[in-house]
Design a protein. Structure first.
Length: 376
């Protein structure tokens, strides 16, 4: 048993002083006043101790792009790269690709979870069931309708969670229902669906929206589209890329004001690295390079980001003006709840897995723990 003492503790609701976080094995055994812990059991730390960050959309990291390395080793490398920035739980994300590559991604997630790769929670299949007009950086020749073989594959258990992003106008409600009934988390993205189509998909089991605003038409007074549907829906979640490049500060503020931060999730949409990319890389046959601080295709389309979760939290506090507690929840307990894992992840509470991040006063990561194991 180890008791982390000396730090302020954000338990998922409030920040506390003078509390100890007691870890037994991979689990938080107790959160109690420091004076109740014998000195011999104390492990002093300084800073802010918070639930580890959970990223629902991680295309790559550490020089690895998941589409190019659909293996448990590739997933592990991605996890190591993002752990430096406080991510203790993540979904490796496959962008639109062949069914064979989708199968490899599902198999890799299954093997990674079975083998105990730190942080992996399942897999995110982003496409290829999109509206071609809103494909963004996804290769056009990969976009296709969903079929029975896809459904059989996507509803295969991995041992973790499966998130599928699709365009509701391209997938009928009965298919959305089959996915959701099998335990798949279904989100709308890369879509031009009208409000009625979104409502039908929501009734069938679609629960949220992937990278709100991006790869969607703008909201118009007589055609609110997916953005309007998302903003008006009090129950649906929406993920946001808060790198201040994908979406403007003003538009992010509109989303937070309309939905409330309680239904918004921070994601990175990170590519091969959250750090500088000097030489670029290839994404499903497309050349991607760094231009004016953004990753873009040869046509100038945004292609993921170099964002990390700690920076997303800082941007949410410093630029968008949200309370620190709100930003931390958007990075931890809210994505845990989206995945149906809120009973064991995303909080510092008895019985939850000991996934933690230690932050300094500037909200930079000093240390992490995954399942009670520190990174030092």
């Amino acid at each position: 048993m180890t008791a982390l003492t000396g730090a302020r503790v954000f338990d998922g609701e409030r920040i506390h002083d003078g509390m100890a976080v007691v870890i037994a094995g991979d689990t938080i055994a107790a959160v109690l006043p420091e004076w109740e812990v014998p000195p011999a059991d104390r492990q002093p730390v300084e800073g802010l101790l918070a639930p580890g960050f959970i990223d629902l959309q991680v295309n790559g990291g550490g020089g690895v792009l998941f589409n190019d390395d659909t293996t448990p080793e590739g997933i592990a490398a991605i996890g190591v790269a993002h752990r430096r920035y406080g991510t203790t739980g993540f979904l490796p994300t496959l962008i639109s690709d062949t069914r064979e590559r989708m199968r490899a991604a599902m198999d890799a997630a299954t093997a990674a979870i079975r083998d105990g790769v730190p942080g992996v929670l399942g897999v995110h299949i982003e496409g290829p069931f999109f509206n071609p007009a809103r494909r963004g950086a996804h290769a056009l020749d990969m976009i296709r309708p969903i079929d029975e073989d896809d459904l059989m594959l996507l509803t295969t258990a991995t041992g973790g969670k499966t998130l599928v992003t699709l365009a509701p106008e391209m997938v009928d409600p009965a298919t959305v229902h089959r996915l959701a009934a099998a335990g798949v988390v279904v989100a709308a993205g890369h879509t031009e669906a009208d409000v009625d189509t979104i409502h039908r998909a929501r009734a069938a089991g679609l629960s949220g929206f992937t990278h709100l605003y991006n790869a969607m038409p703008p909201l118009f007074g007589r055609a609110p589209g997916p953005v309007g549907a998302a903003l008006a829906d009090e129950d649906a979640w929406a993920s946001l890329i808060v790198d201040l490049q994908h979406v403007s500060k003003t538009s992010l503020g509109v989303a937070l004001a309309a939905k409330g931060w309680q239904r918004c999730v921070l994601i990175t949409d990170a590519m091969t690295t959250p750090e500088a990319v000097d030489d670029g890389f290839t994404l499903t046959g497309q050349s991607v390079s760094l231009k004016d601080g953004c990753l873009v295709t040869a046509e100038g389309t945004l292609a993921g980001s170099m964002l990390d979760m700690a920076t997303a939290v800082r941007n949410t506090v410093e630029t968008l003006g949200l309370p620190l507690e709100a930003a931390l929840r958007m990075a931890s307990c809210i994505p845990a709840e989206v995945l149906g894992l809120g009973d064991r992840l995303g909080r510092i509470a008895r019985g939850h897995r000991a996934d933690l991040v230690l932050l300094d006063d500037a909200l930079h990561v000093m240390r992490t723990w995954i399942g009670g194991v520190g990174d030092d």
